[in-house]
Design a protein around this ligand. Structure first.
Ligand code: NGQ
Ligand code: ZN
Length: 457
C-alpha cells in the first residue's frame, strides 16, 4: 500500500514550468498541487527531499512484451529483422492467459514508475483468449491492464487497438493475429468495456488506436474515430522501409502522406515511430500539431531506423517517448538513446538542444514532458497548481549528480547515470517508490517470476 498522504512536500529544488526554483514547498489536497512556494524553509511537518522534476509520460507501451525481453536476441536461420521478431512475438503471445497478462503488466508498470514515468499510454491490442475467441467480457484484458495500473499506481491512458488485417488492401489476418482482431462492432464492445474498467482509475483516460495502415483500412479508421469520443488517437506509422514500399505499391503514397489523406490528423493524434518520412512529410507532421511517438530503445532493438529529429524540430515538431516493447524500461535511457542515435547519424553533438547555451537534457526532458502529456491527454504537464502531484526526485548524492544544480541535474541523470539516480516517485500525491524501489517490488516480481516459470517451461 502507498504511504499515507502528506499535506506538504519540501524539495531542495524543483523544476517548475518557468524553470528551476530553490527550496520549494508544495501543498497537496486530494492528490493535487494546491499551492507552490519557492525560497521557503521546510516547516516542521514537511517531508524533505532532494531535487524534484515532473514525472514523465511514457506514451507507447505493449506491456505483455516485457516478458519477451532477452528472448529474441539469438540469430535465426535467415536474415533477422523486425518481421522475424514479429513472428517470435506472435508465438510468444499465444502462451499468455489473462492472469499472465496482468502480472507481466504489473512488472512493466512498476519498472516504469521506478525509472521516472508516472503515466503510461498502453497501446492495447491483445483482446482475445489464446484460441482467438472473445472473452465473455470483450474487455477482459483491458480490465487486466487497468488492474495492473491500479496495483502499481501508474496513471493510465488506455488505447484499445483496432486491428483487422495482415496488410494493405484489407488482407485477411493471419493465424498469429487471431487474438488481436475485431470488426468495427466487436471493437465498439471492447471500447465500452474498456471505458468501464478505466472509469474506476484516478485520472484514467481512454483513447483509441487503429493499429497501423497495414491493419486497418481507411474506411475502418473513419468508422472507429467517433468511438474515441474526443480522446487521443494513436497509430503506428512508417516504422519500417517495407511498410513504405507496401504503401506505395498499394496506393502510390507514402504512409505518412496516406494517413494525412485519409484522416483528420491534428493535435489529438500521436504517430508512433514516424521513422521513414520525406522532408515534406516531416514538415506536414510538424505543422499538424500531432505528436511523434518515439521509442528509441525499441527502435534500436528492432532495427527500425532513425526519426528525422533535427528536421522535425526545425519545423516546430512535437515528440514524446515510449518504451514500446519494454525490452528495457528506463525513462532516462530513452532520452539518451534518442539523442545518441542522432549524434551517431549526424556526427554531431547536442543535436536536440534547441539553441546555443541550452542544455540537451533539459530540452529533451521538456519536449518529452509536453509531447507525452499532450499525446496521453494527461490532466496537466509539470509541477503546477491544479495538476496531480506526479513527481520524481533524484538522488542528489549520486556521483553523476552531486554538486549539480539546475539543468545539469538533468544532463547528469540522462547522460551520466545508470538506473540508480531516481530516488522517490509520487503519483497523485501518493508515494510509490522510495530509494528507487517500488514499495510492492517483491510481490510484483514474484508474480512475474511465476508467470515466466510457467510460460517458459
Ligand atoms: C506491435 N511493434 O504492435 O507490437 C508492433 C509489431 C506490427 C512494433 N511495431 C506488430 N514495434 O507492427 O505489425
Ligand atoms: Zn508499438
Amino acid at each position: 500500500m502507498p504511504s499515507s498522504l502528506p499535506r506538504s512536500l519540501w524539495f531542495a529544488r524543483a523544476l517548475l514550468p518557468g524553470g528551476w526554483a530553490g527550496r520549494v514547498r508544495l501543498r497537496l489536497a486530494a492528490g493535487r498541487i494546491c499551492a507552490i512556494e519557492a525560497n521557503v524553509d521546510p516547516a516542521g511537518q514537511d517531508e524533505r527531499h532532494g531535487p524534484a522534476v515532473p514525472g514523465l509520460p511514457n506514451l507507447h507501451s505493449h506491456a505483455f512484451q516485457r516478458a519477451m525481453a532477452g528472448r529474441a536476441e539469438a540469430r535465426g536461420p535467415g536474415a533477422d529483422s523486425f518481421w522475424t521478431w514479429r513472428e517470435a512475438m506472435y508465438r510468444f503471445v499465444d502462451r499468455l492467459d489473462a492472469d499472465d497478462v496482468e502480472a507481466i503488466a504489473a512488472l512493466a508498470f512498476m519498472e516504469m514508475l521506478e525509472s521516472g514515468f508516472t503515466r503510461v499510454g498502453e497501446f492495447h491490442y491483445l483482446h482475445h483468449a489464446p484460441d482467438g475467441t472473445a472473452y465473455g467480457d470483450p474487455g477482459e484484458l483491458a480490465a487486466r491492464i487497468a488492474a495492473a495500473a491500479a496495483d502499481t499506481g501508474i496513471a493510465l491512458t488506455l488505447l484499445p487497438v483496432f486491428y483487422a488485417h495482415a496488410g494493405f488492401g484489407g488482407l485477411p489476418p493471419g493465424h498469429g493475429q487471431r487474438r488481436f482482431v475485431n470488426d468495427v462492432d466487436g471493437f465498439a464492445a471492447v471500447m465500452a468495456s474498456a471505458r468501464r474498467a478505466v472509469a474506476a482509475l484516478e485520472d484514467g483516460v481512454v483513447g483509441i488506436a487503429p493499429h497501423s495502415l497495414r491493419a486497418a483500412t481507411g474506411a475502418e479508421i473513419g468508422a472507429i474515430l467517433p468511438l474515441a469520443q474526443g480522446g487521443p488517437v494513436h497509430i503506428h506509422v512508417a516504422e519500417q522501409t517495407k511498410e513504405v514500399e507496401d504503401c506505395l505499391a498499394f496506393c502510390g503514397r507514402r504512409p505518412v502522406e496516406r494517413l494525412f489523406d485519409i484522416a483528420p490528423v491534428d493535435r489529438r493524434w500521436c504517430l508512433i515511430h514516424a521513422t521513414h518520412m520525406s522532408e515534406a512529410e516531416t514538415r506536414r507532421l510538424a505543422g499538424s500539431g500531432a505528436v511523434a511517438g518515439l521509442c528509441p530503445i525499441t527502435e534500436a532493438n528492432l532495427g527500425d531506423g532513425l526519426f528525422p529529429a533535427r528536421d522535425s524540430l526545425a519545423h516546430g515538431g512535437r515528440f514524446g517517448v515510449g518504451t514500446d516493447s519494454n525490452v528495457l524500461v528506463d525513462a532516462a535511457e530513452e532520452l539518451r538513446t534518442l539523442e545518441y542515435g542522432q549524434r551517431l547519424a549526424l556526427r554531431a553533438r547536442n543535436v536536440l538542444a534547441g539553441a546555443a547555451g541550452r542544455s540537451t537534457g533539459r530540452d529533451l526532458f521538456d519536449a518529452a514532458l509536453a509531447g507525452g502529456a499532450q499525446a496521453l491527454a494527461a490532466p496537466a504537464a509539470g509541477i503546477r497548481v491544479g495538476a496531480p502531484a506526479d513527481i520524481v526526485t533524484l538522488d542528489a548524492a549520486h556521483p553523476s549528480l552531486v554538486a549539480h544544480a539546475g539543468d545539469t541535474l538533468l544532463d547528469g541523470w540522462i547522460f551520466g547515470a545508470r538506473g540508480g539516480a531516481v530516488d522517490g516517485v509520487w503519483r497523485a500525491g501518493r508515494k510509490y517508490v522510495t530509494n528507487g524501489v517500488h514499495h510492492e517490488r517483491e510481490r510484483i516480481r514474484r508474480g512475474f517470476a511465476r508467470v515466466m516459470e510457467k510460460v517458459l517451461a
